[in-house]
Design a protein around this ligand. Sequence first.
Ligand SMILES: [Zn+2]
Length: 75
Amino acid sequence: MNWSNAPRGELASVPPPATLVCAECQTAADERARGWRAFLAFDPDEDEFESLVIFCPGCAESEFGIPSEESRHRE
Ligand SMILES: [Zn+2]
C-alpha cells in the first residue's frame, strides 16, 4: 500500500466515531467511557438480539445492580 497515493480529503467523508450516550439518562460519555456498560437488548418476540444498549455507570448500577469499579464496596 502506497499511502502517498491515497486521495486527499477522503477522511473528511468518514463519519465521526459514535458517541456513547446512556440509554437511560441521555448522558454522553467522555472519551474514556470509564465504567460504562454495554448490553445486548434481546427481543423475545423476534427471537433475536435487537441492538446494543449502553448505560452510564450510575444507571447500570441502578438498573441492573452492577456496581461500577469506583463504587464497588467490600462486602
Ligand atoms: Zn445514565
